[in-house]
Design a protein around this ligand. Structure first.
Ligand code: NAD
Length: 481
């Protein structure tokens, strides 16, 4: 039995009956199939969203708050089921996917509470005139999301556009669509038809049809830098579209000798997000350590990472899960080989796990490389897997900063130091959209998340995300006094 898409409030398979398989990467079992949407299906979803916009744009703030609150309630009521779908579909640990559901619920409630913030300004003008601005929704928002946090992105990334009065067509990753489809089914009765549509299929057909649809003027994409560039290019071929991009990272963690070494080592493990197999945009995958503490740091880091235990999603003692699909597994393993060819030192891990009942799944033992050349592929390219690169040590702050900033990406960064001056200097000069000092990974609710350079355009998880789904219109009235 295949899960269905939601188009115009109705549950539908692909118009040509096409499906894609959904696999459990931890066990190799086939879970289900998902609709492989045709271009016509996407056209239908956009048409439904366009027609629903006519009334949704006139919904009251109270109605929008109520809808988002209801969505949060529905997700809460099905939290365990949705987390289970994600854990089975993408190989991550169940407890982590369950936390993702809570993040999504928080986001829905957060934007439910911000609906009234979509106001404009009055601007002083000449006597007999009144000048004011208003924020207006775009219309249909096309929302494309990646595989790593399926439900969290499906539920939380619809909150701001709906709060601002837009209608949405969301397309999850073809590798992890089950929870988004279930979410669509669960809320089909509570969302006005066409306000939220869920389409599934490949990026090349379903995603492209959404990006290239002339009636979708606002696109928001979370995914890889390569796809982000392709989307920006494709959108520009069709019309002037507003495109925001949350893309990849190759994020530096800088460790000064005055930092508590054990704290910094533990943070490096946490910041790499091995709990999600390193499959996180914000992972601090490039560690830069001062030469005075470098060797001790690498030794302790390798010991800690070497002790991490891959396991099935339900295993409460597992530290890391399975890689999402065979293509991603090959990519990770090929970077491990490349690192060795480039002369980096593999300190631990990096091999496929075939023991402990994991032989049928796509498991890789978390890897640490040391002596990595800062200019090498291993140091420059996002692997999006459990491979942590410790670069050659630095001698002073200038060198550390130069190495940290020497990539085309700029999503997150972290510095460990007890020196206030160094902390502020790095907070100022690190080329990243989100900087942590003596901290890793934490997204503080309501703060702007997003990248600089090739890591993206725009900020999310804050008030600016809500504003980004509105366009300002100015009105000047001459009332002729
Ligand atoms: P991806 O770019 O391969 O795919 C993302 C989505 O785009 C999927 O739904 C896919 O089907 C679709 N897509 C692919 N090609 C397309 C095309 N030509 N036209 C339209 N849509 C297309 O990314 P992924 O492998 O699913 O996810 C991993 C990437 O996402 C990593 O690079 C990671 O850093 C990034 N990411 C970024 C953030 C952030 O907030 N900055 C968060 C999570 C993940």
């Amino acid at each position: 039995m295949s899960a269905d898409m939601v188009i115009g409030g109705k549950l539908r398979p692909a118009s040509d009956g096409g499906v894609l398989d959904a696999w459990n990467p931890a066990t190799g079992a086939r879970l289900d199939t998902i609709p492989d949407a045709t271009t016509e299906d996407v056209d239908d979803a956009v048409a439904a969203a366009s027609s629903a916009f006519a009334s949704w744009r006139r919904s009251t703030p109270g109605e929008r708050t109520a809808l988002l609150t209801t969505l949060a309630d529905v997700v809460t009521a099905h939290a365990d089921e949705l987390a289970r779908l994600d854990a089975d579909d993408n190989g991550s640990l169940y407890r982590e996917m369950r936390r993702d559901v809570d993040v999504a619920v928080f986001s829905l409630r957060y934007y439910a509470g911000l609906v009234l913030q979509t106001h404009g300004d009055t601007v002083p003008s000449e006597p007999g005139t009144l000048t004011y601005s208003v924020r207006r929704p775009y219309g249909v928002v096309g929302r494309l999301i990646p595989f790593n946090h399926p439900l969290m992105f499906a539920a939380s990334k619809i909150a701001a556009p709906l709060a601002a009065g837009n209608t949405v067509v969301i397309k999850p990753s073809e590798h992890t669509s089950l929870s988004a489809l279930r979410l669509g089914e669960l809320v089909a009765d509570v969302v006005p038809p066409g306000v939220l549509n869920v389409v599934t299929g490949t990026g090349a057909r379903c995603g492209d049809a959404l990006v290239a649809h002339p009636d979708v003027r606002r696109l928001a994409f979370t995914g890889s830098t390569a796809t982000g560039r392709a989307i920006q290019r494709r959108a520009a071929e069709v019309a002037i579209k507003t495109v925001t991009l949350e893309l990849g990272g190759k994020n530096p963690l800088v460790v000064f000798p005055d930092a508590d070494l054990d704290v910094a080592v533990a943070a490096a493990v946490r910041g790499m997000n091995f709990t999600w197999q390193g499959q996180s945009c914000g992972s601090l995958s490039r560690v830069v350590v001062h030469r005075d503490v470098h060797d001790a740091f690498v030794e302790r880091l390798a010991a800690r990472v070497g002790a991490l235990r891959p396991g099935l999603p339900d295993d409460p003692d597992a530290d890391t899960g399975a890689i999402v699909n065979a293509g991603q597994l090959d990519k990770v393993l090929s970077y491990v080989r490349l690192g060795q060819e480039e002369g980096a030192r593999l300190c631990t891990g990096g091999e496929r796990v075939t023991d402990g009942g994991l032989a049928d799944g796509l498991f890789v033992r978390p890897a640490v490389f040391a002596d990595v050349d800062p200019a090498s592929h291993l140091a420059q390219e996002e692997i999006f897997g459990p491979v942590l690169a410790v670069l050659r040590p630095f001698a002073d702050a200038d060198e550390a900063l130069r190495i940290a900033n020497a990539t085309s990406l700029g999503l997150t960064a972290s510095v460990f130091t007890r020196d206030l001056g160094t902390a502020h200097r790095f907070a100022e000069d690190l080329e990243a959209g989100y900087v942590w000092v003596n901290e890793v990974g934490r997204h503080v609710p309501g703060t702007p998340f997003g990248g600089v350079k090739d890591s993206g355009i725009g900020r999310e998880e804050d008030l600016d995300e809500l504003f980004s789904y509105t366009q300002l219109k100015n009105v000047h009235i001459n009332y002729g006094r």
